[in-house]
Design a protein around this ligand. Sequence first.
Ligand SMILES: Nc1ncnc2c1ncn2[C@@H]1O[C@H](COP(=O)(O)OP(=O)(O)OP(=O)(O)O)[C@@H](O)[C@H]1O
Ligand SMILES: [Mg+2]
Length: 507
Amino acid sequence: MPTNLLLRASAITKSFAGVHALKGVSFELAEGEVHALVGENGAGKSTFTRIVTGALKADSGELEICGQKIAHHSPQQARALGVAAIHQQPLLFPHLTVAENIALSLENGEPGWSVNWKRRYEQARELLHRVGVDLDPKRLAGSLSMAEQQIVEIAKAIGAQAKILLMDEPTALLTDREVDQLFRLIGQFRQEGVGMVYISHRLEEIQKIADRITVLRDGRTIACKDAADVDRGGLIELMVGRSLASIFPKRDVTLGETALEVRNLNNPRLGLHDISFSVKRGEILGMAGLVGSGRTELARTLFGLSSCSSPIYLNGKPVRIGSPAQAIGMGMGYLPEDRRQHGLILEMQLDENISMASLNEVSRWGMVQRGKEARQGEEYVRELRIKANTASVAAQTLSGGNQQKVALARWLAIHPQIMILDEPTQGVDVGSKSEIHELIVQMAERGVAILLISSELPEVLGMCDRIAVFRDRTIAGTLLRDEATQAGIMALAFGHADPLLQEAEQA
Ligand SMILES: Nc1ncnc2c1ncn2[C@@H]1O[C@H](COP(=O)(O)OP(=O)(O)OP(=O)(O)O)[C@@H](O)[C@H]1O
Ligand SMILES: [Mg+2]
């Protein structure tokens, strides 16, 4: 390991109103090193990165950045010291363009500074190109999908030319193609001597790129290992404190009648065209494809979030779904990928968030019964192992992965017949992931028809009966469980065999 230390943290502690998020974290980052930080949801990873970026102040402990002891630093000071971060939840200004968002994070607008628009757009285009995506820098950030927002966040961090780059789940929403591109960039940065802290719940990624791995459990550093010295099983055991059995609990389910069908669905506003598919009761239909290929747009159309003139057949009958309320009334649930925009209300309590789509279940004579709502909330917190003291805390006090579980609980509570899950295990730790997979399988066994959108190919391959692969806002082909492979899915997603993937599989 190179001896030049960029970052040294020892015995860092941090509490939030009685919650001990960090109880003693030690961590080192050397020049040219990729140091992974792993741990279950709520272990303290994001809190630690926010202390390094100056967004939060530690209660105690020592922090050294590039050899300088730091007592309390501001985000501006951290930036000046060469620290940049890709945050777990993209933070873009929705009413500004992509280029403006990037410029805002890179320029230090001095008084009298005149904006060179042409340069800004060129710089944005250049950075996005380095991330490997073709995104128009003139688009408003508010119009981007979550994955696209994450890509802009990556571009911002790359543009900062940092010495220390903190990446908090940079790939949670990305597909293999974008992940490959990011890894290539990480490789370049490593050559240039940049130190990188890499947080991810996708353990196969960690094993691919990390030099060292530090495991956090309950706010403490419990191990720091050379990546070569620990395998997947060992890592899970360190994180969870126990070993885990099978990852994908998919079981065969006898399929029922067709629950949902669309024929040649078009939604010009979202660019969707000629989409035909059906899903039976008890069936899990996967939806794979690149970022922007139309999967989320289809989900939004089905759920009545975007109007569309093509009929949707529910149990064989054509219906028009004009709003989410109508969709819910017809037995449809939709867990969106974006927890902040259409997902949780962060200021509200967990139990209120959970009951939101099924208020009739906890109401009498049209009045919400608080006791019943709270009991239901506590049940889901227990069942999904949501890390919170009670169901009456605000959603914003939960870690990212635990918020995802609350969002899922809301849709379980409506007892849907058709469930659309958009990246349901995004940001969820390995233990919880297999629990969520088990819940999905149980739903299928109860006869729920499930559409599972996921950018993680192992998840799609492991969980689904059939896989519809999207390309250019339509379905390019559908594969049966037995015939589907990663390479086969990618070939459909690209319209040809992907040379990069073949290269990777041969390696
Ligand atoms: N503002 C806050 N108020 C109260 N508690 C908080 C706050 N922010 C974080 N916490 C708590 O601190 C703990 C650590 O959270 P953190 O977000 O660092 O976890 P994480 O390891 O990043 O998890 P994940 O993998 O889910 O993103 C959690 O128990 C969380 O509920
Ligand atoms: Mg986090």
